[in-house]
Design a protein around this ligand. Structure first.
Ligand SMILES: *[C@@H]1O[C@H](CO)[C@@H](O)[C@H](O)[C@H]1NC(C)=O
Ligand SMILES: *[C@@H]1O[C@H](CO)[C@@H](O)[C@H](O)[C@H]1NC(C)=O
Length: 228
């Protein structure tokens, strides 16, 4: 909650800048916005949980080793990932003080970068990278990237994001934009690297519908008929 006032400040500032450049009739609209938007953000702050889990999956017509190598070669990310212009990695052979290998991703607007550390690594199976929270980073959390061979030349890749958003405005934005967007872009880019279009599905839905069925089967059969 402590970050709410600064969010409201930010919005009011933006809106008052707008206000000065508008005609009288739009001033009324803007004033309405001045009230409505902060109220929405406030409601959003109460309703949207801080933490979220999002899991997406896609299958590739590639052997496990090829995908694994692409995923762990952080320095080569700019060659195939959208909106990653540069990646810094810890110098080879140099073990960081905390013992975790790290890399830093830079986005096109030079000022934006985020540092990650690899907290779990099982060759050909699992890579878990965690956000290193530095100044100006309003998220914390991790991606667990899991690989599962479904054939000699086919592999399923699942990315599960467990994250916490520390600023109210980002929570609202996250909900509007969709937490899956960045994961889906990664999975799509990975396909494009191998000249392949992939179908991305939500691996949470599979679990969720399984739960629903179990829930349903616990109810009386009459109710089930009514529901259908
Ligand atoms: C890359 O970033 C820009 C600006 O942040 C955004 O408009 C664009 O949609 C992004 N591209 C992709 C493929 O997400
Ligand atoms: C997998 O790919 C290799 C190399 O292209 C090929 O020789 C092999 O027959 C493929 N295996 C299957 C099961 O398709």
């Amino acid at each position: 909650m402590s970050d709410l006032p600064s969010t409201l400040d930010f919005i009011s500032h933006r809106l008052s800048t707008l206000l000065s450049s508008l005609s009288p009739s739009s001033v009324i609209h803007t004033l309405l916005l001045l009230v409505v938007v902060p109220v929405l953000v406030m409601i959003g702050n109460f309703l949207i949980p801080k933490d979220h889990v999002c899991s997406r999956t896609a299958e590739y017509a590639q052997p496990n080793s090829k995908l694994w190598n692409a995923i762990v070669e952080f320095g080569a990310y700019p060659r195939w990932r959208s909106n990653i212009t540069r990646v810094e990695t810890n110098p080879p052979g140099h073990i960081p003080p905390d013992g975790f290998e790290w890399f830093r991703e830079f986005s096109p607007r030079g000022d934006m970068n985020m540092k990650f550390r690899v907290i779990e690594r099982l060759e050909g199976k699992l890579l878990k990278r965690e956000i290193v929270r530095e100044g100006g980073v309003h998220f914390s959390g991790s991606w667990t990237i899991e690989l599962e061979s479904t054939g000699e030349n086919s592999t399923r890749v699942t990315i599960t994001e467990k994250a916490r958003v520390h600023k109210a405005l980002y929570k609202v934005m996250g909900l509007i934009i969709g937490y899956n967007k960045i994961i889906d872009l990664f999975l799509m880019d990975l396909g494009a690297k191998f000249d392949q279009q992939v179908i991305i599905t939500d691996s949470m839905k599979v679990q969720a519908s399984g739960e629903k069925i179990r829930e349903k089967s616990g109810k009386s059969s009459n109710k089930m008929v009514l529901e259908e």
